[in-house]
Design a protein around this ligand. Structure first.
Ligand code: ARG
Length: 476
């Protein structure tokens, strides 16, 4: 009656409802390329240390590659009774190469095997995300370059505050997504650690060579403690945290794009190809892409919280609960990568209404701070200058004017130090040009920031290519 690799001690057949309930094949089948690559490396290592003969290892490896082709082509038949991708491949290997297949699992457990598969998967994904973030950051640089002369209102409390360059605003997103990239790069260090050889939890009695397996699979190091190895999902939590923070940035960007494309703002227009219509209101053009990105942010937070909650009460070491980690991880990966893809395509199609931005920056007393700064330069203490300008703003408001529309006579009523040159100080260009403090919005600063960012990206993509080269060399 034995049809499962683990049912030697069982006297009853597993109930089919149990098979359905415990099966994870629908979710974890996408790990198959890693499962096969990992198994082939495991075979080669077992042959190297003499646990398998070379002929056995070759027969197993060839069988595994044939199964990979079957899976690649979609000809593989899945079955709930085989639980997960690891057991599916092992069962198929038995049909493919016969009895020798039963030796594959020597010195290994599904507990370290699944840890290996997920680490390999996440290592690939993290590298892809880092490259996708480079593409995204490049788009922000591009947008910034197009708008080094575009002046817009900067906001606090969603109230117009001070003029800034639109380029400065785009570069703010460049910074956010650069930090995201750093977080992914950092998490990769802890993902890229080889777990195989921990076996079930305690290590194994076979004379295995874990470093050799690591070398074959391109891991720089092996995990240190077998119990931690099969119990640890921190590396997934780190990815999900980095993904959640990245989605916060996406969501804030999306919120701005939604606001800016409304008739109330009219700062930008999204391309027709990247908008959708309404089934009832013929006039509508809706910013569904940013809205959906904002919405999908909640999914990724949910995935992070699902795994945090899943892990928090688990005693060491492996518990079956942990099988649930993959649904959250895959959902977050797919969501994040689709948001990265669509944003890279959407950003260059945004049409900016430069005049609307400029007009918006010209009204609403955005030069009030600069008028105070002018008075400070004439020897007035900042707090008094603040109060004086406050009164001038109240007066201008009551008269339906902006500060720069008041006459010199009117202005002098508030402070005798004010001279004709105040009007220069209150122009948009002047206000921008004078904000030269490091990180400020002056055109020179912003140009320099763009230049630095370009160099940084070039450096990153060059070092990616180098790494690619050395990995290819290591493989062959
Ligand atoms: N499908 C399982 C998972 O994803 C593999 C490990 C199963 N281990 C076990 N002892 N049942 O976690």
């Amino acid at each position: 009656m034995s049809d499962k690799p683990w049912d030697g001690r069982f006297s009853e057949r597993t109930d089919t409802s149990v098979e359905e309930f415990t099966s994870s094949i629908d979710v974890d089948k996408r790990l198959y390329p890693y499962d096969i690559e990992g198994s082939v490396a495991h075979c080669r290592m077992l042959a190297k240390v003499g646990v398998l003969t070379d002929e056995e290892a070759t027969a197993l490896s060839e069988g595994l590659w044939r199964i990979k082709r079957e899976l690649d082509q979609g000809n593989f038949i899945f079955d709930d009774s085989l639980e997960d991708i690891h057991m599916h491949i092992e069962a198929r290997l038995l049909q493919e190469v016969g009895k020798v297949a039963q030796k594959l699992h020597t010195a290994r457990s599904r507990n370290d095997q699944v840890a290996l598969d997920v680490r390999m998967f996440l290592r690939d994904v993290t590298r892809q995300v880092i490259v996708q973030l480079q593409d995204l950051r490049r788009e922000f640089i591009q947008l910034a370059e197009q708008h080094v002369d575009t002046i817009m209102p900067g906001y606090t409390h969603l109230q117009r505050a001070q003029p800034v360059l639109l380029a400065h605003h785009w570069m703010a997103y460049y910074e956010m997504f650069s930090r995201d990239s750093e977080r992914f790069i950092d998490s990769l260090k802890r993902t890229n650690v080889m777990p195989l050889g921990a076996a079930a939890l305690a290590g194994t009695t076979y004379p295995i060579d874990r470093k050799y397996t690591a070398e074959l699979l391109g891991f720089p190091v092996v995990t240190a403690n077998s119990m931690d190895t099969v119990a640890d999902r921190d590396f997934i939590l780190e990815f999900l945290s980095a993904a959640s923070i990245c989605m916060v940035h996406f969501s804030r960007m999306s919120e701005e794009l939604v606001l800016w494309s409304s008739s109330e703002f009219r700062f930008i227009e999204l391309a027709d190809a990247f908008s959708t219509g309404s089934s009832i209101m013929p006039q509508k053009k809706n910013p569904d892409i940013p809205e959906l990105i904002r919405g999908k942010t909640g999914r990724v937070f949910g995935d992070l919280f699902a795994l945090l909650t899943l892990m928090k009460g688990l005693p060491l070491t492996y518990n079956r609960d942990m099988q649930e980690d993959k649904a959250s991880l895959f959902d977050a990966v797919d969501t994040l990568q689709s948001c990265l893809d669509i944003t890279v395509k959407m950003l260059p199609t945004i049409k900016v209404n430069i005049d609307v931005l400029r007009n918006a920056a010209s009204t609403g007393f955005l030069n009030a701070t600069d008028m105070a700064d002018y008075l400070v330069a004439q020897g007035v203490a900042f707090r008094s200058a603040h109060a004086i300008v406050g009164q001038a703003v109240a007066y201008a408001l009551a008269n339906g004017k902006e500060l720069h529309e008041l006459s010199i006579k009117e202005l002098k009523n508030f402070a005798k130090q004010i001279e004709e040159d105040i009007f220069d100080h209150l122009t948009l260009e002047h206000m921008i040009a004078r904000r030269q403090s490091a990180g400020g919005t002056s055109t020179d600063n912003v140009r320099a920031a763009i230049e630095t960012a370009r160099k940084q990206l070039d450096l990153e993509s060059r070092s990616d290519q180098n790494q690619q080269g050395s990995h290819e060399a290591a493989k062959s």
